[in-house]
Design a protein around this ligand. Structure first.
Ligand code: IMP
Length: 199
């Protein structure tokens, strides 16, 4: 079976990517399957630069078709922070819980109409030093004032989808799989993969 390596250790992200690629006949592996892979320092200043760096570094190590995904939350009232720093927003030893605490405290007193935000996901596909695709997806929402629901990961309990009046923490994962930043980026990846596997 063909293999696609996802250059991540983030289990929430990996679960979603596996679900979204389930209809392809591809074995989706991750850094858990390559424990000695080099660490990728995310020092790019855009999602794209970081996604490419993950894909290029891990593809060179595994010699397999590799996907790098870099994603994050941009909040309008915070000048698009935390952005590329979303995973480490609360500093050293950051956890989803601490990141969410920091987000809430930064937004304290900010009225509902100024709590607009968007998730962004950039995905790069690389094999043999060649970039096969770089694509991006986004998803607009608003930041809640308290946690709602336990689905998803990261900032999801605070990320309200206005059309549903519910957070990704509350919505069924099948809805997130239809409308999320990651699913929009992956839909484009799937088209590129179909072309790639055609030859
Ligand atoms: P990365 O691994 O450097 O790309 O970090 C992504 C970070 O952005 C995650 O650790 C979360 O904090 C946040 N994030 C990205 N996508 C999502 C999502 O779908 N739900 C919740 N948080 C997300």
């Amino acid at each position: 079976m063909k293999e696609l390596v996802v250059a991540t250790t983030n289990q929430g992200k990996l679960r979603e990517i596996r679900g979204l690629l389930a209809d392809l006949n591809v074995n989706v592996t991750s850094l858990a399957d390559y424990p000695d892979a080099p660490e990728v320092i995310e020092d790019g200043d855009t999602f794209e630069a970081n996604a490419l760096k993950k894909a290029v570094t891990i593809a060179a190590y595994t010699q397999k078709l590799t996907m790098g995904e870099d994603s994050g939350l941009e909040v309008e009232a915070l000048d698009n922070a935390p952005g590329i720093y979303s995973a480490r927003y609360s500093g050293e030893g950051a956890t989803d819980e601490r990141n969410n605490e920091k987000l809430l405290s930064e937004l304290e007193g900010v009225e509902p109409e100024r709590r607009g935000a968007r998730y962004r996901s950039c995905i790069a596909l690389v094999k043999d030093g060649q970039t096969i695709a770089v694509v991006e997806g986004d998803c607009r929402g608003e930041i809640a004032t308290e946690a709602r629901g336990t689905n998803g990961f990261g900032y999801d309990p605070y990320f309200i989808i206005p059309e549903y009046g519910k957070t990704f923490g509350e919505l069924d994962p099948s809805i997130k799989a239809r409308i999320s930043h990651r699913s929009k980026a992956l839909a484009q990846v799937k088209q590129k993969l179909a072309e790639y596997y055609k030859d």
